[in-house]
Design a protein around this ligand. Structure first.
Ligand code: ADP
Length: 255
């Protein structure tokens, strides 16, 4: 049976672009009310005044869905709490969380500044902790919660120049393992997804032919499964044909 989220309220962070945007659109099309979070301002050169989050909300509304934009910076606990309170006030609960906001500050370890380390840890790891913390009490109270954390193969296997990002992503897996266990008795399921998709984060790193095969929408069904009624818990799921695509392109180009 097709997955539905009617009556459920979701927060998707970093949903102004890329993966988060695709997940927000997908969840809304399946009946969820979606808080589209992104702290980014109006797109450069777009000529419009809408922020990326507001643009995605417009897209959802045009398709008949329900959504609100929120500009909270996930690395600011007060803003994250205010976002969760607002959603709960307007729509009664927050049932689903997709923690997806992210940035990159890639540098070789020799060149990495303290600020590069701190910023990436702040957004990915501490920001994820803040988002989970802010929804946790409500989920426990209502005996229902589904949380997906966007992680990365970089956190499991490492990527050149991503000591900060890889450490943050590995930390998110560590947090997931504990939340999954502590959430069990309250029907809160917590998982990570390690996607390979073409987004602003990857477009600088990969050849164009690989990117064409790696659309963010390809990852959304896996996220929907992990947020569904029948979700497993404590899994580290990989998703996307990306790695295969990249290897193929690199082979073809003889790199
Ligand atoms: P990906 O889709 O691969 O996760 P993107 O760069 O396309 O990568 O999307 C990440 C999104 O996360 C961006 O839209 C960015 O504005 C957002 N983001 C980054 N940092 C924060 C933050 N501190 N709070 C909220 N959103 C953030």
């Amino acid at each position: 049976m097709a997955i539905r989220f009617d009556g459920r309220v979701a927060i998707v962070t970093g949903a102004g672009n890329g993966l988060g945007r695709a997940h927000a659109l997908g969840l809304a099309s399946r009946g969820a009310k979606v808080v589209v979070n992104d702290f980014g301002g109006a797109r450069d050169g777009s000529g419009g005044s809408l922020s990326p989050a507001e643009t995605v909300v417009e897209e959802i509304r045009k398709a008949g869905g329900t959504a609100m934009a929120d500009g909270a910076d996930v690395s600011n606990f007060e803003q994250v709490t205010a976002m969760v309170e607002r959603a709960t006030r307007e729509w009664g609960s927050v049932d689903l969380l997709c923690a997806n906001a992210g940035i990159l500050r890639d540098k070789s370890f020799a060149k990495m500044e303290i600020a590069d380390w701190a910023k990436v840890l702040d957004v990915h790891l501490t920001g994820t902790f803040y988002c989970c913390k802010a929804v946790w009490a409500g989920m426990r109270e209502r005996n229902y919660g589904r949380i997906v954390l966007t992680t990365s193969s970089s956190g499991l296997f490492g990527n050149f120049g991503q000591g900060n990002y890889g450490a943050a992503k590995a930390g998110m897996v560590g947090l997931m393992n504990v939340l999954a266990e502590e959430g069990r008795k309250n029907n809160i399921k917590v998982n990570t997804i390690s996607p390979t998709a073409a987004t602003r984060m990857t477009e600088e790193l990969l050849p164009p032919q690989a990117l064409q095969l790696m659309r963010p929408e390809a990852i959304t069904p896996a996220v929907e499964f992990l947020l569904s009624e029948d979700a497993p818990t404590r899994t580290i799921m990989g998703a996307g044909a990306g790695s295969f695509a990249v290897i193929k392109v690199l082979e073809t180009e003889g790199i």
